[in-house]
Design a protein around this ligand. Structure first.
Ligand SMILES: Cc1cc2nc3c(=O)[nH]c(=O)nc-3n(C[C@H](O)[C@H](O)[C@H](O)COP(=O)(O)OP(=O)(O)OC[C@H]3O[C@@H](n4cnc5c(N)ncnc54)[C@H](O)[C@@H]3O)c2cc1C
Length: 384
């Protein structure tokens, strides 16, 4: 016999957890299935640059106070290796207290999970959804909870499995043939709440300010990322210095290095009746410009909002889901195109293109409406 709920969320990462929190006062019965067992440590070295818009959503979810340690970004410098032109974005110019905030993935997850534990949402840790299906009457989920197999029925199933993809179709994939190497580094110069994004022919290299110094996200070919991850600290820092330049003095490496494969994946349409994909399950983006979680959080917030507005009525009705999909279409499509275009334009080593790209960066810095467009996008996403 299937256990019935109004809403089941498959995946308790930051996006699934945010949706569950957004629904805690909805009056609907909500269950969150998370494959990781309760209390299992997170093996994730990622830091997440949270936009100003994400901070506002996290405040409304009551999670922001637990992220008080997040480091504010006051200025961002965008430049390119082997080329002229740079753009400087600043919070002061944008008229906001900060352009964004840097938190570790682990701290973000911990803050959301702690808030969920104080809510009435039923969290089933150590329960992995194995198969999902939906028809006009309801959605079904088969779940492995350790040695026990369980079946759940719901009026709405939200898939937030980070793109593990269960048995879903209609997903388009584009392999960037890049991987992101992530680790902590320190420099002679203090970060002063600055962030850097430097485009190199192999991929973008980002430095985000943290309480420990900097979080490095170095995108390059997968083989090279693995090679860099295995170098001793001195050799690694020398290579980083060669790629980033001397702006911050010399680098010191600390902590372990972790490598993430990078693909663009997105669902082309709704996958089944009464089923909705959110966060990385709906679209997995390149980390350039730090848009993935920020976009996923907007998915979660807007879906929770749409359900709350419908009150006690059916949360999985086609009218509600159609309205949600069309409301999200512009933000999703524009953000996917924005990040994908940055990679295609700036990560190709075609010498003739370098002056054009440099000119583009210089123009972006010098034309206020263009710069304003970029800043609004970083702060609030495509609808900002
Ligand atoms: C190197 C790197 C840097 C990044 N930097 C940024 C940044 O600066 N800013 C930004 O906005 N984004 C950034 N991102 C993107 C961001 O990490 C993701 O967009 C975000 O983690 C997506 O959250 P999610 O909850 O959708 O998926 P995930 O974080 O992948 O969480 C999915 C959850 O689902 C669970 N799960 C999986 N399968 C199942 C199942 N079958 N049943 C139940 N549970 C399941 C998993 O255990 C996990 O807890 C970065 C990504 C990378 C790789």
């Amino acid at each position: 016999m299937a256990e019935p709920y109004d809403i089941i969320i498959a995946g308790g990462g930051p996006v699934g957890a945010a949706l569950a929190l957004g629904l805690r006062d909805s009056g609907h019965s909500v269950a969150l299935l998370e494959a990781r067992p309760r209390g299992a440590g997170l093996d994730d070295a990622r830091t997440i640059a949270l936009s100003w818009g994400s901070r506002l959503i996290l405040e409304r979810l009551g999670v922001w106070p637990a992220l008080a340690q997040a480091t504010a970004i006051q200025r961002i410098t965008v430049s390119q290796q082997h080329g002229f032109g740079r753009v400087e974005l600043s919070a002061r110019e944008a008229g906001v207290p900060a352009l964004g905030f840097v938190a570790t993935y682990t701290a973000l997850q911990r803050a959301l999970t702690a808030a969920l534990e104080r809510s009435a949402v039923q969290v089933m840790a150590g329960c992995a959804a194995r198969a999902v299906s939906g028809d006009r009457d309801g959605a079904m989920v088969s779940v492995d909870c350790g040695d026990v197999q369980r079946q759940f029925a719901a009026r709405l199933l939200a898939v937030a499995d980070g793109g593990a993809n269960l048995n879903l179709t209609h997903i388009k994939t584009c392999d960037y043939r890049q991987a992101a190497l992530v680790c902590d580094v320190a420099t002679d110069e203090a970060h002063q709440n600055r962030a850097f994004e430097r485009f190199t022919p192999e991929g973008p290299l980002a430095l985000l300010p943290t309480a420990r110094g900097w979080s490095l996200v170095w995108t390059t070919a997968p083989d090279r990322a693995r090679e860099l991850a295995g170098l001793d600290d001195a050799e690694f820092c020398g290579r980083l210095h060669a790629a980033f330049g001397a702006t911050l003095g010399s680098f010191r490496a600390h902590g372990r290095r972790q490598v993430f494969p990078l693909v663009l994946k997105y669902a082309t349409r709704s996958v089944a009746p009464r089923t909705v994909l959110i966060g990385n399950a709906a679209q997995t983006l390149h980390p350039v410009a730090g848009q993935g979680f920020n976009l996923g959080l907007r998915d979660a917030w807007e879906l929770a909002h749409a359900i709350m507005e419908h009150g006690a009525s059916d949360p999985g009705s086609s009218a509600l889901l159609d309205a949600y999909f069309s409301q999200r279409r512009f933000d999703r499509t524009a953000t996917i195109l924005f990040t994908d275009s940055l990679i295609r334009l700036f990560s190709k080593d075609i010498p003739l293109f370098n002056p054009v790209r440099g000119g583009g960066l210089a123009a972006l810095g010098g034309i206020p409406p263009a710069k304003n467009f970029l800043v609004r996008r970083m702060l609030f996403g495509a609808r900002g």
